[in-house]
Design a binder for this molecule. Structure first.
Ligand code: SAM
Length: 281
């Protein structure tokens, strides 16, 4: 069997989150390639892992990738880990994974923690469809362009940020994307884990008042503009067909034939309007 690269997720704070399979693989492979070997030694000593560690430092990914490919070529199994969470998710690994696929070596994922999934699921914002933006470009026109490209995005947005840039980012998000529901997830799985929920303006006020430390993920509600436009159109159509004495189902069918909105969506909207007695995005 050809040599295999294992992509191994490690904890994002709480070392108790390491999986049994991750421990097994880290102990069994020939070499572990780690983003920062000093950092990973703590994990190794906690779990008694003695496997040789080599550096897979992101800034030198091209060179490091070649080293790992040589190991695989000599038949050695390698595990790739980053400082925290899942390699390749805003962490080094992408180049290596592509190369391993290209050369036809084995490739196995040992799944586990990733801050994007923890923050998203804790946010209480829709999880069925979401967009992971990783880190926004730090400044300049690339940053502005990226923010502007997100204005009409309807899916929930997940953004990684460093604590020292978070306030600036929150302010820009509020200015460009509008004051919308959001969650700031801080220090996930750690002692001072905190979730700040509210509109962007509420979170800004809180961060201005208390400052910010630790690691941060921002989760933002997607844009409601399209829904608002659709429901505004739906509203006037419903007024038109009101008084016809139609059932909810028939109203939905008729309204859907008069507006560019599927019958099921109109029906859901009618149900929602009925139960809430008001329309809000
Ligand atoms: N590979 C990692 C993953 O799977 O989540 C992400 C690594 S990226 C270099 C580091 C960023 O992830 C941080 O700046 C922060 O946005 C987020 N992050 C990592 N750990 C976190 C934690 N415990 N709480 C909140 N955010 C975290």
């Amino acid at each position: 069997m050809s040599a295999t690269l294992y992509i191994v997720s490690t904890p994002i704070g709480n070392l108790g989150d390491i999986t049994l399979r991750a421990l097994e693989v880290l102990k069994d492979v020939d070499v572990v390639a780690a983003e920062d070997t000093r950092h990973s030694r703590k994990l190794f000593s906690k779990f008694g892992i003695k496997t040789p560690l080599i550096s897979y430092f992101g800034a030198k990914e091209e060179l490091k990738c070649k080293e790992v490919m040589k190991l695989l070529a000599s038949g050695k199994d390698v595990a790739l880990i980053s400082d925290a969470g899942t390699p390749g998710i805003s962490d080094p690994g992408f180049d290596l994974i592509r190369e391993v696929i290209r050369e036809g070596y084995g490739l196995i994922s040992i799944p586990g923690p990733s801050a994007v999934i923890s923050a998203l699921t804790l946010s209480g914002l829709p999880t069925a469809r979401f967009v992971f933006e990783g880190f926004l470009p730090p400044k300049g026109s690339a940053r502005k362009k990226r923010l502007e490209s997100l204005v009409d995005e309807e899916r929930t947005l997940v953004i990684y940020e460093s604590p020292r840039r978070t306030l600036k980012t929150l302010r820009e998000l509020a200015k460009i994307l509008g004051d919308r529901p959001a969650v700031l997830a801080r220090e996930l799985t750690k002692l001072y884990e905190e979730l700040v929920r509210g509109k962007l303006s509420d979170i800004i006020k809180k961060v201005e008042a208390t400052g910010l430390r630790g690691e941060v993920v921002l989760v933002l509600a997607g844009s409601c503009k399209k829904t608002q436009k659709e429901t505004a159109g739906l509203d006037s159509i419903l007024q038109e067909i009101a008084g016809k004495g139609l059932s909810l189902k028939d109203s939905a069918e008729l309204a859907s034939s008069m507006i560019d909105m599927p019958k099921r969506a109109v029906y859901q909207e009618l149900l929602r309007m009925k139960s809430e007695g008001e329309k809000k995005c």
